[in-house]
Ligand binder design. Structure first.
Ligand code: ADA
Length: 548
């Protein structure tokens, strides 16, 4: 529990606020504006608590996510400002003779493009305020530290991996142990990009896959510090339009998922994360797209443990030309995407990474932003696939540069043909048009995924004529799509839009969003299944059994 205060009037610049106004309390993690008393309010939230650090020790506070933006004060002094809601950041606490350190986090949840260009009110999901994911306290001993360890699989057949360590300097020694084997010492004789890289073998490893999510640990230690990370031995690649997991083609069947719940906002408790994964597995899925931001690290841990493949995405939704040409926006994109890659580096579940959902990738003005993001993702992690979800289809300018084509489309929903009483026929037509176009453009070798497709349905709304917004209509759309995906060898996968309904905004945008929710979930926001759930489940499971 932290002390808490909230002001709708004070400005973000007014830092005098951090010394007063704590008249309530709030659990961490939490989104304060998902709590009944603060629902829908926008302003400045304040969290305060005392953190005990042994006198004389340096310490670090790691914030796994604070939205929408934050300033952190330690002992009354500002030590950090952060403007990316879903990526972790840390503050270092220099040693002091006092044990009790005063930590205040000022949290802003007002939209402000100047301050925080990554999130806009036109997005189709609600932006909450609060310290929504865990805060960790790390207390350090004197001496060399191990801040980051990253493991890459070099050959899933032999168990060959390489372990990268930061920070490292020439002459320094690290003790490294895989699983419960005894530690071996390695002295840094060469640095690669500031990192010490050690080739090792995981003896007798079964490659990680959804059917065999076997995990391993590596422990890296100096005399004063040690870090243990979990990883899987697995490789992902593409060939002839397919995604290969450990050399074997895999069809990706799944949903897009927001981190959302009406009661908790984005601060989901562990039981809910587990429930979501149980439901994904129950639906015959092997794949989830973390739309449209980095998911909770605990969710990724569960994907590793329970065998779910992940398309990981940094925060972005429909950026326009004005964003593409705004250097502050581009810099913030690059930073949050680099931070995301660093923190999810060891999750075997994460097989591809993307950014800028539905950006203007058909415009020349977008080239610098897209090309620098593609380059960054490849450089920071050459062992995963690079992609982004596009709705510019064949007008997209950058498809040649990515590994996997992901197209978002709504043929039977946002139908251009208003005279058509039932536009279900458009679904296959659109998919085939895309595939033919990609072939003509010479892109048939790249795997093609439908990263979004779906229809809105209000939970419980049944309709004998199968009209828009009925569970029946959604069920029919999802059936056609799922059957097409499992039978068409040119389609490498699908992430249906979406796993459950999620809150959007009030105001004019809500005209196409009854209840101010995006109702295209195959479950409602409380995870109550609509008719489409069982329909998709039957098709995905039948395919899974056939493949096995
Ligand atoms: C887009 C977007 C989704 C959602 C969807 C819809 O494709 O990427 O976040 O808004 O449209 O429901 O219209």
């Amino acid at each position: 529990m932290w002390q808490f205060g909230f002001s709708e009037d004070r400005t973000w610049d007014d830092e005098s606020i951090v010394s007063s106004n704590f008249d309530d309390c709030m659990p961490v993690p939490s989104a304060f504006d998902a709590m009944p008393l603060y629902n829908g309010k926008r302003g400045v939230g304040l969290y305060r608590r005392t953190v005990a650090v042994p006198p004389g020790s340096n310490a670090r506070l790691v914030f796994n996510a604070v939205g929408m933006y934050a300033k952190v004060f330690v002992d009354g002094e500002k030590v950090c400002e952060q403007y990316a809601a879903y990526t972790p950041f840390h503050v270092d606490m220099v040693s002091s003779e006092h044990r009790d350190r005063d930590v205040v986090v000022m949290v802003g949840n007002r939209f402000d493009r100047e301050l925080y260009p990554l999130h806009e009110i036109f997005f189709d999901f609600y932006a909450y305020g609060g310290i929504f994911r865990d805060v960790e306290l790390q207390v350090f001993r004197e001496g060399p530290r191990v801040d980051w360890v990253g493991v890459d699989t070099l050959d899933y057949r032999t168990g060959a991996v390489q372990v990268g360590i930061e920070p490292a300097e020439l002459g320094q020694t690290f003790a490294i142990a895989i699983d419960d084997s005894s530690a071996r010492e390695f002295t840094v004789d060469e640095l690669s990009g500031g990192r010490f890289v050690v080739p090792l073998t995981v003896e007798g490893a079964t490659p990680w896959s959804p059917d065999h999510p076997e995990l391993h640990t590596v422990t890296v230690a100096t005399q004063s510090d040690s870090l243990e990370v979990t990883f899987g031995v697995r490789q992902v690649s593409t060939a002839e339009g397919k995604i290969l997991l450990n050399g074997t083609p895999v069809k990706l069947l799944g949903y897009c998922r927001h981190e959302a719940h009406p009661q908790y906002g984005p601060a989901l408790p562990l039981v809910q994360l587990v429930a979501d994964l149980q439901l994904l597995r129950d639906s015959g899925c092997n794949f989830v797209r973390g739309s449209h931001y980095q998911q909770d690290p605990r969710f990724l841990d569960l994907c590793d443990e329970m065998g779910m493949l992940v398309f990981e995405e940094s925060l972005g939704w429909g950026p326009r030309e004005e964003h593409m040409t705004n250097p502050a926006f581009v810099d913030a994109q690059l930073k949050q995407t680099a931070d995301m890659i660093r923190t999810s580096y060891n999750h075997p579940s994460v097989i591809m990474r993307g950014f800028l959902n539905e950006g203007v990738s058909n415009m020349e003005a977008s080239r610098p932003c897209y090309e620098s993001l593609i380059r960054l993702v490849r450089e920071k992690d050459p062992h995963r696939l690079v992609t982004y979800a596009s709705n510019r289809y064949l007008n997209d300018l950058f498809l040649e540069q990515i590994d996997v084509i992901n197209f978002n489309m709504y043929p039977a929903w946002y139908s251009p043909n208003h005279d058509d009483e039932c536009p279900l026929d458009e679904i296959r037509k659109r998919i085939h048009e895309n595939l033919e176009g990609l072939e003509l453009r010479g892109l048939a070798d790249k795997p093609y995924i439908i990263s979004e497709i779906g229809a809105g349905a209000i939970y419980g709304w049944r309709d004998p004529i199968c009209a828009h917004w009925s569970e029946e209509y959604q069920r029919e759309v999802l059936k056609i799509v799922s059957n097409e995906v499992v039978t068409n060898p040119r389609i490498a996968g699908v992430s249906l839009w979406q796993f459950f309904d999620c809150r959007t905004y009030r105001g004019a945008g809500a005209l196409g969003r009854p209840r101010a929710f995006n109702n295209k979930g195959v479950m409602d926001e409380y995870r109550r299944p609509k008719q489409g759930y069982e329909a998709v489940k039957a098709i995905f499971n039948a395919f899974g059994q056939k493949e096995a």
